[in-house]
Design a protein around this ligand. Structure first.
Ligand code: AMP
Length: 277
């Protein structure tokens, strides 16, 4: 496994990689969710590149960029075990030199949900992902269903800008109690960690109602909200019942519907989702 820290070196090594090339972009502090993406990339490609880059431009001014968790030694050991070929870890200074002034922006889809709560977030995501795609030139790139809106936005960017690669969605990996794995779970103290399961419980409730034939989106919304309100440590940012492709809010639930939510547990903002189909 080669650890590469400069863009030139990554481009040079890319010429020597056997095709197809699978690529997994991450912000590090890896857990089993990230590793599920790497395993899938390993299974479907001859070469596997993983990037670790905490992308400053996708964080808002009051968000957790400065304290985003990091454990490089552990990350590299995990990636070695998963037989990644290259770990690409560029510096923020090289990715965004002082004269940097170009942006990739996907319209409409990015105005709602995470985009509404985190202005500028998706512009940062699509800009860095476009840059990484240009540098790594993967055959396929792997993204987690955990960040459902990100997946929809990236697929849209790739289609609209005729980018020459395939986007592969990987199911959400969960802790035994159902909490979606996330690097940010590390911020939770034991009491908050227990409370955080409420996100999964609310999604489960929506899934159950859907399975029983409920098609009124307002009812799903109401029941989920009521359940989360019972958890004193939880504050709802949004609960959404939306078309899985357009992300338009629905009155009637249909297949496929994206049920997603963002909930603060203490100061930690967690997101999760389920697709009803
Ligand atoms: P991050 O390091 O948070 O930027 O995540 C890197 C990639 O891992 C993204 O495509 C995420 O959607 C994906 N990911 C994060 N958590 C999970 C999870 N619990 N299950 C599956 N994929 C995940």
């Amino acid at each position: 496994m080669e650890v590469i820290e400069t863009i030139d070196e990554m481009k040079r090594l890319r010429q020597q990689l056997a095709e197809p090339v699978g690529f997994v972009p991450t912000m590090g502090y890896l857990h089993k969710g990230h590793l599920a993406l790497v395993k899938r990339a390993r299974a479907e490609n001859i070469s596997v590149v993983v990037s670790i880059f905490v992308n400053p431009i996708q964080f808002g001014p009051r968000e957790d960029f400065a304290k985003y968790p990091c454990n490089l030694e552990h990350d590299l050991a995990l990636l070695e075990k998963e037989q990644a070929d290259i770990v690409f870890m560029p510096s923020a200074d090289e990715m965004y030199p002082p004269q940097f002034n170009s942006w990739v922006e996907v319209g409409k889809l990015t105005e709602r949900l995470e985009g509404a709560s985190r202005p500028g977030h998706f512009r940062g995501v699509t800009t860095v992902v476009a840059k990484l795609f240009n540098i790594v030139q993967p055959t396929r790139a792997y993204f987690g269903q955990k960040d459902a809106q990100q997946l929809v936005v990236i697929k849209k960017m790739v289609a609209d800008l005729n980018m020459n690669l395939e986007i592969v969605a990987v199911p959400t990996m969960r802790e035994p109690d159902g909490l979606a794995m996330s690097s940010r779970n590390t911020y939770l103290n034991p009491e908050q960690r227990r409370a955080a399961v409420v996100l999964y419980q609310a999604l489960n409730l929506a899934q159950q109602l859907w399975s029983q034939g409920e098609r009124d989106a307002e009812r799903l919304h109401r029941e989920m909200t009521a359940l989360i309100h019972k958890e004193p440590l939880a504050t709802i940012d949004y609960v959404s019942v939306a078309d899985a492709q357009t992300l338009d809010e629905l009155n009637r639930v249909k297949s496929p519907t994206l049920v997603s939510l963002a909930v603060k547990i203490g100061k930690t903002r967690l997101i999760d989702n389920v697709v009803l189909e």
